[in-house]
Design a protein around this ligand. Structure first.
Ligand code: PEP
Ligand code: MG
Length: 541
């Protein structure tokens, strides 16, 4: 039997099911008289929870690194948060209910708030509250920690969902994969699986109802497929796939510190796309030569107010310093279209992708734009930062953006603040008009980076998010190839460089063509870097 879900972490695993029991502690409401005693019970359970979390955090730090372990820090903070624990205590005091019931009410309230949020990342944070709450409940009931740390070798863990503390308990030498009913690609368990480099499939809906302990399962983390108690033929097929995959991964790892050079000796930069400052680590771990696209809008999302100049400065500086002189191309705010900010309400539009977004919005809201540019300039004193403007459609727009940048430079100079006076300023080529008239833009830009995600949707009039027209969304369409070729050649005619940061840069079918066209820099998600390096090194050009 076969089931399909969402691939959360690549790779193959063949093993036996360990079904994680839902250790639900049921909450029974009790009226209490000794309010102080009940609050003390709650405090004691919170203290025990904190001790457990401290241990889990230490283990996670060793196994997956400080950043991924930080989630437990936030769990501990929640335990210290008077808005959370204080609300529970107040509930005990006001309603004379037991700690379990008071905890449940407050948890439900918080979960409701998170679950109603539009942003997927914030919705996932409801899981953190639930995780902390379950831990306190178990400690109130005196129930132990669960048994995930104690499984046989070759185990595939199957659970409704894996909380961060569950994932931290997993013994990497024994657990070779996991499957969950719920979750998406950005859930903690998915992120952890990628960090632990074990194949995982999430969002399988009812996998916990479909398998039982001891069943043999094949986890195909590439296609997001689970085979349950497979026949011999399927088993053989996957054993072979697994071997090929593992050998390939080993081979690829050898390329980590190798410079990417084509067979004819052309040096090519293979760099990563990041959304958050910490993502830079994965790029480096995968042998990236730098960052080709830092989508800064993520710094503006998931919060209630605009990030300040200093906050942004710290983020950009962090990335620049971690890269130790390797380049980072930072794209200015690309908001609007499908990306909205709660504190910057934008009018509803008929065609948001053709509307008020990215550089159009920034040039209109100069105060917002200047905060970012000042932060970027200040950070440029600490590393190899290049600035890139998104969605440029005409030369005037690019010149206007550069003029605002110049204004910021002058301000900083007057304030005696350092910045790199020679920093490169380039633009994304993601609107067909810019690709066609690339020579004109090259009079003013220091570099191009081709944004195929938008370039394809605008050229073929096929919405990049609409599955119904996805058959039209073809990077190999002759019109797309012609636009890419012209853009690269225009940059070379001007003696400058051209990169690509759309998904096509990591598309195995297209890479050899791009090398032939002379693309100088390929920017992609960190996990595609090694494979792309290998393909480029095998091209005959
Ligand atoms: C692109 O359009 O190709 C691109 C890299 O930008 P985004 O995906 O952020 O629109
Ligand atoms: Mg784009």
């Amino acid at each position: 039997m076969m089931k399909k879900g969402i691939s959360a972490s690549k790779g193959y695993a063949i093993g036996k099911v360990f079904l994680k029991k839902e250790e639900k502690v049921s909450v029974v409401e009790r009226k209490i008289e000794d309010v102080a005693g009940e609050i003390e019970r709650l405090k004691e359970a919170a203290r025990a929870s904190k001790e457990q979390l401290m241990k889990i955090k230490e283990k996670a730090e060793k196994e997956v690194g400080a950043e991924k372990a930080a989630v437990f820090e936030s769990h501990m903070m929640l335990l210290d948060d008077p808005e959370f624990t204080g609300a529970i205590e107040m509930n005990i005091e006001n309603s004379f209910v037991n700690a379990e019931k008071a905890l449940q009410d407050v948890t439900d309230m918080y979960m409701g708030i998170f679950a109603a949020m539009e942003d997927e990342y914030m919705r996932e944070r409801a899981a953190d509250v639930k995780d902390v709450s379950n831990r306190i409940l178990k400690n109130l009931a005196g129930v132990g920690e669960g048994d995930l740390g104690n499984v046989d070798a070759n185990t595939v863990v199957v659970a409704n969902d894996l909380t961060p503390s569950d994932t931290a308990q997993l013994d990497k030498t024994k657990v070779i994969g996991f499957l969950t009913d719920i979750g998406g690609r950005t859930s903690h368990s998915a992120i952890m699986a990628r960090t632990l480099e074990i194949p995982a499939i999430v969002g399988l809906k009812d996998i916990t109802q479909t398998v039982k302990n001891g069943d043999v399962v094949i986890v195909d983390g590439i296609e997001g497929i689970v085979e349950i108690n497979p026949d011999e033929k399927t088993m053989k097929k996957y054993e072979e796939k697994k071997l090929v995959f593992e050998k390939e991964q080993e081979e690829l790892k050898k390329l980590k510190n190798t410079k990417t050079v084509t067979k004819q000796g052309k040096r090519i930069e293979v760099v990563g796309n990041i959304g958050k400052p910490e993502d830079v680590h994965q790029v480096l771990e995968n042998g990236g030569d730098g960052v080709g696209l830092f989508r800064t809008e993520f710094l503006y999302m998931d919060r209630e107010d605009m990030p300040t100049e200093d906050e942004q400065f710290e983020s950009y500086k962090y990335v620049a310093e971690k890269l130790e002189g390797k380049p980072v191309v930072i794209r200015t705010l690309d908001i609007g279209g499908d990306k909205q900010l709660p504190y910057l309400p934008l009018p509803k539009e008929m065609n948001p992708f053709l509307g008020y977004r990215a550089i159009r919005l920034c040039l209109d809201k100069k105060d917002v734009f200047k905060i970012q540019l000042r932060a970027l300039l200040r950070a440029s004193a600490y590393g190899n930062i290049k600035i890139m403007f998104p969605m440029i459609s005409c030369v005037k727009e690019f010149l206007d953006a550069k003029a605002v940048l110049k204004e910021c430079m002058e301000e900083l100079k007057a304030e005696g603040k350092a910045y790199n006076e020679n920093l490169e300023v380039g633009m994304m080529v993601e609107i067909p008009a810019a690709a066609v008239a690339a020579d004109e833009f090259m009079k003013y830009a220091d570099f191009f980076s081709i944004g195929t995600n938008d370039l394809i949707q605008y050229t073929l009039a096929a919405d990049r998010m609409n599955e119904k027209v996805s058959y039209l969304y073809d990077p190999l369409h002759p019109a797309i190839l012609a636009l890419i070729k012209n853009t690269i050649e225009a940059s070379h005619r001007a003696g400058k460089w051209c990169g690509m940061c759309g998904e096509v840069a990591g598309d195995e079918r297209v890479i050899p063509i791009l090398v032939e066209y002379g693309l100088d820099e390929f920017s992609m998600s960190a996990t595609s870097i090694l494979k792309s390096k290998q393909i480029i090194m095998n091209t005959e050009i």
